[in-house]
Design a protein around this ligand. Structure first.
Ligand code: AMP
Length: 283
């Protein structure tokens, strides 16, 4: 596996692959890789000749009081995992290479949907994501890029700017990978103590409870939301940041489930903020 550390490294590598007629798949990550990330890599590998992963904790998508400094960084272990799924190259730049002195260009996706869910809670977050993903798509010359449903709102934002900016990248969304317990895999699960990990099961349990009620005929979104909220509130260690149901991918409010919707939640377990979601409904 090639390790690409500079802007020149990735430009040269992408050009060589393009010149050889290869299709390129991009999988952006912030590292501390787990089975969720590796599933994205495998999907990319099945769909492209060459896979470029990126491991970059992107400073511009973190708010001032968020966990940028504490975010787990374990590049050597990440490389071993990437090699085990036959990733061809990993891009691991310094923040100063991505945002050198004088840097002042940002991709700002406007529109109501960016201010909901995580966009409402984390001002500037999607501006940072859209900016770095645009740069990574340009640098890697990706034909296809792969993202997780775990960050379903992020996929909506990315699809929007790719279309609006006429970028020739196919955006693919891969289902959420969970532990056997139901807990969605996340790099931030590393912050959880064993007791908190147990408490964190309330996220997937609340999604399940709402989905079971939906399948039993409850189609009112406020009733479904109430079921999820009640389940979360049964866990003393959990504090709700948001629990919402919107149409997906439109992210519009809806009273009755008559088209696909997302039930999305962000919950703090102790001081760790976790997100999870499920998409259901429609024909
Ligand atoms: P991150 O490193 O957390 O920025 O995530 C990088 C990519 O992996 C994003 O597209 C995430 O949506 C995706 N991802 C993270 N966790 C999971 C998971 N449990 N299942 C599927 N994809 C995931």
């Amino acid at each position: 596996m090639k390790i690409l550390r500079t802007i020149d490294d990735i430009k040269t590598y992408a050009k060589s692959q393009k010149d050889a007629g290869k299709t390129i798949g991009l999988v952006p990550t912030m590292g501390a890789l787990h089975e969720g990330h590796l599933t994205l890599m495998r999907t990319a590998k099945e769909n492209c000749d060459v896979v470029i992963a990126s491991v970059f904790v992107n400073p511009v998508q973190f708010g001032p009081n968020e966990d940028y400094d504490a975010y787990p960084r374990q590049f050597e272990a990440d490389c071993k995992k990437l090699e085990s799924v036959n990733v061809d190259a990993v891009f691991h730049p310094e923040p100063s290479a991505m945002y050198p002195q004088g840097y002042c260009t940002y991709v700002n996706v406007e529109g109501d949907f960016t201010h909901k869910l995580c966009g409402g809670q984390r001002p500037g977050h999607f501006r940072g994501v859209a900016t770095v993903v645009t740069k990574l798509m340009n640098l890697s010359r990706a034909d296809k890029a792969f993202f997780g449903q775990k960050d379903a709102q992020q996929v909506v934002v990315i699809r929007r700017f790719v279309e609006d900016l006429n970028m020739n990248v196919e955006v693919n969304m891969v289902p959420i990978v969970r532990e056997e317990t139901g807990l969605a895999r996340s790099s931030r699960n590393q912050y959880l103590s064993p007791a908190e990990k147990e408490a964190a099961l309330v996220l997937s349990r609340s999604l399940q409870a709402a989905k079971i009620a939906f399948e039993a005929g409850q189609h009112s979104t406020s009733a479904l939301k109430a079921i999820a909220i009640k389940t979360i509130q049964s866990e003393p260690n959990a504090t709700i940041d948001y629990v919402e149901i919107y149409t997906y991918p439109g992210l519009e409010p809806i009273e009755t489930v008559t088209e696909p919707v997302i039930l999305a939640l962000a919950v703090k377990i102790g001081s760790t903020r976790l997100i999870d979601n499920t998409i259901f409904g429609g024909k």
